[in-house]
Design a protein around this ligand. Structure first.
Ligand code: TRP
Length: 363
């Protein structure tokens, strides 16, 4: 990071954000924001991208735009330090995507592993919407329009960033140095890359109903923690317990900090001692779950409180977003001016062109 760094990242508004998003990316964004070591930082709500596979469900996307905005504010993203905006409100992104489409082949898109997996997940094999198929191009435009140098994102976004870099490189090669090559900023902590669902399944997903949302009440969080998946072989307290695939311990790896022992479980000095006792046998799931619940409540309570404050003034949240869109648009418009000039489609602001053509046609 430096004063040259431009950080940009976004989320699809297809649901409220959960604690997987929190440890995987939101927490890091707030740290980056607070460190302040950048020229600009953008966080945006990728509603146009969400529509690429929710085209018949615009209401869902609309509802979740405000949910995600509230989640952003609740975790401490601060519009006085960074720019928060909504993708669809920046028409320059469509324009840049359109030009980028000429720089990518169909077979290159077909090879994008993220798109491949997602096509399978959505049952799109026989009929892929073109907009969905080409969303890596639109995502490259999101990144390039803001001249982002640094894109904090999960492992799953690596192919997207590779494709964006290729597009930028090709653009600069053909039209001259205009855009900036981005790099991905992966999560530091391995357990934070992908938090499993409360049922122990690989990923938190709304359709599986295994998420703990940031906006959830204390009672709801407790209920979910207390019914979490642990170790099916750990039937009696005295049985040896297993840590692999045990969601409760994965969450502890992600959330537990040394000070939590003093505050909530002074019987143990650290997580290793708890793990050791659990594996040896004699430590019941309920005790571990209670500990996890205490930790999660401590982490989520300030988030809930901040959210409740922002919920009291929804018009102010929309106004914040409107201002963010305005700021973002200015930046994107400047890039698009440069893009049009580089691509020689700036007919009306080029005095030289007009002079040259006058000479050419003079008789
Ligand atoms: N594809 C990202 C996701 O599913 C969201 C996204 C859209 C994004 N445009 C982006 C992330 C640009 C980083 C940069 O989460």
């Amino acid at each position: 990071m430096s004063k040259e760094t431009v950080i940009l990242t976004g989320d699809r508004p297809t649901g409220r954000l959960h604690i997987g998003h929190y440890v995987g990316s939101l927490k890091r964004r707030v740290e980056l924001q607070e460190a302040g070591d950048f020229k600009k930082m953008f966080v945006f709500i990728a509603d146009a991208q969400a529509l690429t596979d929710n085209i018949d469900n615009p209401e869902k996307v609309r509802q979740n735009v405000i949910e995600v905005a509230l989640d952003y504010l609740a975790v401490g993203l601060d519009p006085s330090k960074i720019t928060i905006f909504i993708q669809s409100q920046i028409p320059e992104l469509c324009e840049l995507s359109f030009y980028f489409m000429d720089l990518v082949t169909v077979s290159r898109l077909q090879r994008n592993p993220t798109v491949k997996t997602e096509i399978g997940m959505r049952g799109f094999e026989s009929s892929i919407p073109v907009g969905f198929f080409t969303y890596p191009i639109s995502q490259a435009a999101d990144i390039a329009a803001f001249r982002a140098t640094t894109v904090p994102a999960g492992e799953d976004q690596k192919p997207m960033l590779e494709q964006a870099t290729e597009i930028v490189r090709r653009f600069n090669y053909i039209y001259g140095d205009t855009l900036v090559e981005p790099s991905i900023l992966l999560p530091q902590n391995q357990v934070c890359c992908r938090l499993p669902g409360t049922d122990g399944k690989a990923k938190m997903s709304k359709s599986l109903g295994n998420c703990i949302y940031l906006a959830e009440t204390a009672q709801e969080v407790k209920k979910k923690v207390m019914s979490m998946y642990t170790d099916p072989l750990h039937v009696h307290v005295e049985d040896p317990g297993h840590l692999e695939g045990n969601a409760v311990f994965t969450y502890l790896d992600a959330f537990c900090q040394p000070q939590h022992f003093e505050a909530f479980w002074p019987d143990y000095a650290n997580l290793d001692e708890v793990k050791e006792h659990y594996q040896r046998g004699g430590l019941g799931d309920m005790k571990v779950k209670k500990f996890l619940n205490n930790i999660l409540q401590a982490e989520l309570e300030p988030i809930r409180q901040r959210r409740a404050e922002f919920e009291k003034d929804i018009p102010a949240v929309y106004e914040m977003l409107r201002k963010g869109c305005e700021e973002a648009r200015e930046v994107a418009a400047k890039t698009l001016d440069d893009v049009r000039r580089a691509m020689k489609i700036n007919y009306f602001d080029d005095a030289e062109l007009i002079a040259e053509q006058s000479k050419r046609f003079a008789r």
